[in-house]
Design a protein around this ligand. Structure first.
Ligand SMILES: Cc1ncc(COP(=O)(O)O)c(C=O)c1O
Length: 374
């Protein structure tokens, strides 16, 4: 097998062309169009919540969610140190400060035993991130939030269709956000969604996303608050609707990828997988492995180089939030120790994870990894 295997590529296997063509042919290409509403309704239903507001990416989805909760300057928001920078930046956009908590060594999600020590009188919210599609322990997080009267904003950017105790991620919190970037389990190319059960927060999201124009009634150019243009186009929503129609099938494909990687690497020493959250359904957005260089015989960087030579694409993992110059300059407390996050960054990477991967491709990747082991 000589073909290059990318780390991820979108699977657009349903009604995407039909719906996008219809949007083009009817001229409804901006944010006014039936697909935006249909995508919002279908996605809300899929997640088991009442409302959804489509936006132009997953980063602004978090910002809009925090804005709807009234979070701003002087507030603190707890986030995992092991996450994509978007989680932290979205908090900074509000003027609030992100406060970091290390990852759990098994699930790689926020370590729920370390959250309480970071709570101060300024703490307003916790943002659990369901890393790589593995749901967080929402029992523990909801209990802490209740005890300290904090909001929860799930950053579900990576976890479309993941479940905890049979409930979908995004449905546990006051408000939650998703990303539909091209590598996500469901995609619109660029896109995001905010979901919630509360009608008031829903109205606020619609209001702030559209420059604080009145949500209902005639479009008058009088603006009482500072708003944003976070609208999703009807073209993107057309793709999104077609993706939601296939959501269960795509979820199964990602889960199967993970099962195959585990099966074919089961006899390879020094390879560590993410542990599924107890009572959770991990949808395996990205198949990530962590290398124990002593047991495996090579470092992560050596293995990445070898895979590249063999035409197999990989990606590095996030660098801890406390090591980001941008966040230090913003005034975040960056001095603590985040050993699990550092261990993940140092030793882990993503393997190819597209929904469309074949068993033959996964077996080939695993053989290359096994053959290279010393
Ligand atoms: C955890 C997390 N949050 C937020 C985002 C931001 O989403 P987007 O790239 O759509 O802005 C991502 C993107 O990958 C992510 O992984």
């Amino acid at each position: 097998m000589s073909d290059f295997i990318p780390v991820c590529e979108p699977l657009l296997g349903g009604n995407e062309i039909k719906y996008v063509t219809e949007a083009v042919q009817t001229g409804w290409i901006s944010s006014n169009g039936k697909y935006v509403t249909q995508f919002e309704e279908a996605f809300a239903k899929y997640c088991g919540v009442k409302y959804a507001v489509a936006v132009c990416n997953g980063t602004v989805a978090i910002h809009l969610a925090l804005t709807a909760l009234g979070i701003g300057k002087g507030d603190e928001v707890i986030i995992p140190s092991f996450t994509m920078i978007a989680t932290a930046f979205a908090v900074c956009y509000t003027g609030a400060k992100p406060v970091f908590v290390d990852a759990d060594k098994d699930t790689w999600n926020i370590d729920v035993t370390k959250i309480e020590e970071k709570i101060t009188p300024h703490t307003k919210a916790i943002i659990p991130v369901h890393i790589f599609g593995n749901p967080c322990n929402m029992d523990a997080i909801c209990e802490i939030a209740k005890k300290y009267k904090l909001f929860i904003v799930e950053d579900a950017a990576e976890s479309h269709g993941a479940e905890f105790r049979g409930k979908k991620t995004g449905s546990f919190s006051d408000i939650a956000s998703f990303s539909f970037f091209a590598n996500k389990n469901l995609t619109t190319g660029e896109g995001g969604m905010v979901i919630m059960d509360c009608e008031e927060k829903y109205t606020k999201c619609k209001y702030f996303k559209n420059m604080c124009f009145p949500v209902d009634g005639p479009r008058i150019y009088s603006h009482n608050d500072i708003g944003f243009n976070y609208r999703m186009s009807n073209l993107h929503a057309a793709v999104g609707l077609a993706q939601v129609e296939k959501a269960d099938a795509y979820r199964t494909m990602r889960i199967n990828n993970a099962l195959l990687y585990k099966k074919y690497l089961s006899d390879c020493k020094g390879i560590i997988f993410q542990k599924d959250q107890e009572n959770g359904l991990n949808v395996h957005w990205m198949n990530t492995i962590v290398i124990n260089p002593v047991e495996y015989g090579h470092t992560k960087d050596e293995l990445i180089g070898h895979l590249k030579e063999k035409g197999i694409d990989t990606r590095l993992l996030f660098i801890s939030m406390n090591r980001q110059k941008s966040l230090k300059d913003f005034g975040c407390e960056c001095s603590g120790e985040y050993p699990v996050t550092d261990w993940l960054t140092e030793n882990g990477f993503y393997l190819p994870s597209a929904s469309s991967l074949t068993e033959e491709q996964i077996r080939h990747i695993c053989e290359v990894i096994k053959e290279y082991q010393k």
